[in-house]
Design a protein around this ligand. Sequence first.
Ligand code: NCD
Ligand code: ZN
Length: 343
Amino acid sequence: MTQTLTLRRPDDWHLHLRDGDMLRAVLPETTRHFARAIIMPNLVPPVVTAADARAYRDRIMAAVPNSDSFKPLMTLYLTEDTDPEDMAAAHAEGLITAVKLYPAGATTNSASGVSNFDNVAKVLEKMAEIGLPLCTHGEVTDPDVDIFDREAVFIDRVLDPIRRKHPELRVVMEHITTANAVEYVQANDKNLGATITTHHLVINRNHILAGGIKPHYYCLPVAKREKHRLALRAAATSGDARFFLGTDSAPHTDENKLLPCGCAGCFTAPNTMSILAQVFEDENALDKLEAFTSLNGPAFYRLPVNEETLTLTRNEATFPPHIQTPDGPVTVFDPQMTLHWTA
Ligand code: NCD
Ligand code: ZN
């Protein structure tokens, strides 16, 4: 039996690092394993201009542990006031790697997101022209749409029309949670990729709701029924280059999770690689792990793969239930299974 598994160093194509004390507490959990990450811009206030992205990048770089080398791939938060020229200049100088679309009100800190998509048409045109990818939080916010249907409805009502209007726009469907999204990606060859989180490969909605409510499994998009989890596992382990890892590791203090109206987000940075190795082993697809974590993402983003490697060892991995931060403890995602790979 394989005792070690060496991969090209993975990248995380969707990560929340926050800022200040929280940033300094959570960043080492990512840089220990990952060479690069797409950094979500949903700070308060959000990262909307090139100047914001530059300043945030510098704060991240100042927090990288000396032992690690890490490159944050910055994003801008798309608003109805985004200036196409500022954005294009940031892209030209290599400062930003993508632009993030949050429908207004869809998730944590998304109040400045887009309500009227006609108001961002010029920005999307520019992005298509310069090859700058759009990362989408794919959920509609219409209160009449059931929360479990919001991703599927987004594909029909928002995503597909945008892609028809801007066929050259390169789009990443972020943290997909449904068989509908998997099928949409599979049916579209060009300019479309999707990230899948670690936790959506592990939990379905029963884990959140059956036998008592589990706030630490609540994230957005919310986990769906089992058939969707199985579709995600099949896509992730297939080797299909359109699917790649975006952990959506989203730390919140326990205090903010355990409220009558608790925050959405699963914190998976510490144990993501151990969990993924276990999932891929359970699916008899360990040979596809490197494609998912280290090859498909760079191919979509037209970046070189990492030269460095990460070696996993076959022995039982254990994790602390939470990490300490100056703001309070942050609970680490519990996959509720024995993990046989240590990263
Ligand atoms: C994210 C966060 O906490 O910033 N939460 C989450 O549940 N994934 C926001 C997001 O990506 O939706
Ligand atoms: Zn996210």
